[in-house]
Write a protein that binds this ligand. Structure first.
Ligand SMILES: [Zn+2]
Length: 77
C-alpha cells in the first residue's frame, strides 16, 4: 500500500507532466490569454490556467466569482 510520500511523489510527477504538456501545447495552440483581460489589471496568467482557457488572472477571477456567488470563498486554481 502506498504511503503518503509515494502519493506525494506521484502527484508531483503528474503535476510536472501536466505542466510540460501545457507548456508544449501552449506553443502550438493558445486557448486562453497570457495576460489578464481586465484592462485595469493586465497581470500575467499562469500558463496552466492559460491552457485551460483562462481570460482573467487568478485575483480577478476570484473577485468575479466572489461577485457572482456571494458567500462562496475561493476559486478553482
Ligand atoms: Zn487580473
Amino acid at each position: 500500500m502506498p504511503d503518503a510520500m509515494d502519493r506525494n511523489q506521484e502527484y508531483a510527477e503528474a503535476f510536472a507532466a501536466d505542466a510540460l504538456a501545457n507548456h508544449k501545447g501552449r506553443l502550438q495552440q493558445r486557448v486562453g490569454r497570457i495576460t489578464c483581460a481586465n484592462l485595469d489589471c493586465g497581470d500575467a496568467i499562469h500558463p496552466a490556467r492559460t491552457a485551460l482557457g483562462a481570460q482573467l488572472c487568478i485575483e480577478c477571477q476570484r473577485e468575479e466569482e466572489a461577485a457572482a456567488h456571494p458567500g462562496r470563498i475561493g476559486a478553482v486554481e
